[in-house]
Design a binder for this molecule. Structure first.
Ligand code: ATP
Length: 585
């Protein structure tokens, strides 16, 4: 298939912000595409070459792609660089440069999807001396056979900024519509949740339909999407929701790890499915010592500890262990951790996701021989709110955040990638007026003045609205940043800049700068109020008002384990608002 077909589809996707229309466009394209190429097309639509958990990522530096554009279009480097200053998007630069191209190839090679994908793959994989020149050459060759629209999307994908706004959920909708029926959406999503591989799901749907996706199971060394919890604010409420009895566990405050163990080898994945194996050699060694199974997938929270007292330390300590290429050994000694396991998802090759919670807990107990570095989460099955409350106090005294309540029903399966009431979190902050933190996405910013000149003065923050797949503003955030944070923000946000309000952002406020919603910050506020200028849950409480967070303050915690769409949802904030009201009354 020609790459042009894919580029045409992207043009149509780009022209709409309606999820429904995107679904239709994609479904129609999926039906038309050759099934053997649908996997590549799906990854590219997400701006990727492989599923999230594959460490090989696209991400050519702007200056390199600009060189390739200048060379292949004959536009000249100065022109291209100037254009980049104006447009801020290598895709648009390529499009314009190729519209006015001064150079054409005498014997163009057809630009097929396979050729484009393989070249991008070679570029992403090449490293070491001379690789930069080679990457520019390969990209120039590809671009020289491209139309201006193809050049636009190739330049976007190679710089890791596809920005079509097509979420994985929209791709799943489209696959269901294209190859089965809307009512089969659940089966398609299940396959994605247990494999985390959108390309694989697309290929199986295209080749074998529903039968194909139902053959996708949890597999060792392929991380699955984490099961998530709802929140509630009292043990009474939780017990009622759980049918009178449930398991309560300590809620540890650290980094969630999914460990894949196979024939003595251990690999670790984060909540966002990034591989963390090399950063936690102590955890790897601990699991090798304590887990007795041919193969297993276990999940737990990795918490920083004081090795002298055995006590837990604040979460921030463990963040020193992440994202390191060097100094792993030193970091390991300076910031020791303990892994508290709370689930078993696969045991000796058997997928346990369909088993109720207590059976998975038994499986966990049967394969783990705890020691000082790897333990099982503290757990108690309780039916009394008073007992749950004292267990909660114990958890807090032991340095935990609160409790996780887990359903014991027959239906208490491991629901990968889902947030639901099978797990309910009960944290200490929920007990007072909005002392709890929320995780908000940065969607815009305001220029700094005075001491903040040259930095962002304040950020425009948003919650994620699940119903409309949009980001709704909830506050302007200017407090809690130190100088280092301000400098870091400039850098962190530079790749997210968009020339105008991103189409997924719902804002009544005009910001000086706009971003694609990617970066998530932890924010603490004093209370949730109604506001006519913020769009979060607009109209849900009062027709002309949205929700706003008063006196927001950055806690210092960059939630880089979360993506934009994993920010606190507008629905959650509404529930928090309602809970807060109840307490005030
Ligand atoms: P999300 O609910 O999206 O994960 P979050 O990271 O803000 O958002 P938390 O309020 O920290 O969520 O609660 C859920 C997290 O608690 C889990 O993702 C996991 O990392 C952690 N956790 C700690 N102890 C447990 C436990 N015993 N069982 C399950 N999860 C636990």
């Amino acid at each position: 298939m020609l790459f042009r077909e894919l580029a045409d589809t992207y043009e149509r996707l780009e022209a709409t912000s309606s999820r429904l229309e995107m679904t239709e466009i994609l479904a129609e394209a999926f039906r038309r595409f050759d099934p053997s190429e649908i996997r590549m097309a799906t990854y590219l639509t997400q701006g990727q070459l492989y599923p999230d958990f594959n460490p090989i990522k696209l991400g050519m530096a702007d200056k390199m792609i600009l060189k390739a554009i200048a060379f292949a279009s004959g536009a000249g480097e100065a022109f291209v660089q100037e254009l980049m200053l104006k447009e801020g998007d290598p895709g648009l630069v390529a499009q314009i440069a190729f519209q006015n191209r001064k150079q054409t190839t005498l014997f163009p090679e057809p630009l097929t999807l396979t050729r484009a994908y393989r070249t991008l793959e070679t570029i992403a994989r090449s490293e070491g001396g001379g690789s930069q020149d080679m990457k520019i050459k390969l990209m120039s060759k590809l671009l020289s056979d491209a139309s201006s629209s193809e050049a636009k999307f190739l330049s976007r994908v190679i710089t890791g900024r596809m920005r079509l706004g097509v979420s994985s959920m929209t791709v799943l909708d489209a696959l269901a519509v294209a190859f089965a029926g809307k009512e089969d959406r659940g089966a398609v999503e299940r396959a994605f949740n247990v494999s985390s591989d959108l390309g694989l799901v697309a290929e199986m749907m295209a080749l074998h339909g529903l039968e194909g996706v139902s053959s996708i199971h949890v597999q060792v060394n392929r991380p699955l999407r984490a099961m998530l919890a709802e929140r509630m604010s009292s043990p009474e409420e939780i017990l009622e929701k759980m049918g009178g009895t449930c398991a309560f566990e300590y809620k540890y405050d650290g980094v969630r790890l999914q460990a894949h163990i196979c024939e003595g080898e251990v690999r670790l994945f984060s909540r966002k499915l990034d591989e963390l194996t090399s950063q936690f050699p102590d955890v790897v060694a601990g699991l090798k010592r304590t887990v007795r199974a041919e193969s297993a997938i276990v999940e737990g929270e990795c918490v920083p500890i004081d090795t002298n007292t055995g006590e837990f330390l604040p979460f921030q300590e463990v963040s020193h262990r992440r994202g390191r290429k060097h100094g792993v050994q030193e970091a390991m000694e300076d910031y020791p951790v303990k892994l508290c396991l709370f689930d078993c998802i696969l045991k000796d090759g058997e997928d346990l996701t369909d088993r109720p919670f207590l059976q998975r807990r038994e499986a966990l107990m049967s394969i783990v021989e705890p020691d000082d570095s790897v333990t099982l989460s503290e757990i108690r099955v309780l039916s009394s709110a008073d007992e749950a409350q004292s267990f909660f106090q114990e958890a807090i005294e032991d340095g935990c955040e609160g409790l996780m309540a887990k359903s014991l029903a027959d239906t208490s399966v491991y629901r990968a990638g889902n947030r639901g009431f099978l797990w309910i979190k009960y944290k200490k902050e929920y007990r007072s007026e909005m002392n709890d933190t929320v995780d908000l996405a940065v969607v815009g910013a305001f220029a700094g003045r005075g001491k903040r000149k040259g930095f962002y003065g304040a950020l425009l923050m948003a919650t994620y609205d699940v119903a409309t797949d949009t980001f709704q503003t909830v506050s302007k955030l200017g407090s809690g940043f130190d100088d280092a944070n301000l400098a870091a923000l400039l850098e962190m946000l530079s790749g997210d800049r968009v020339p105008e309000r991103h189409h997924l952002v719902d804002s009544k406020m005009e910001a000086d700068f706009w971003f694609q919603p990617r970066l998530v910050l932890e924010v603490r506020g004093a209370e949730i109020t109604l506001s006519p200028i913020h769009t979060c849950s607009f109209g849900s409480v009062r027709p002309d008002s949205g929700l706003a967070i008063r006196f927001p303050r950055f806690t210092g915690r960059f939630r880089d384990d979360k993506e934009g769409r994993e920010a606190t949802t507008s629905q959650e904030l509404l529930a928090m608002y309602q809970a807060q009201l109840k307490r005030v009354e």
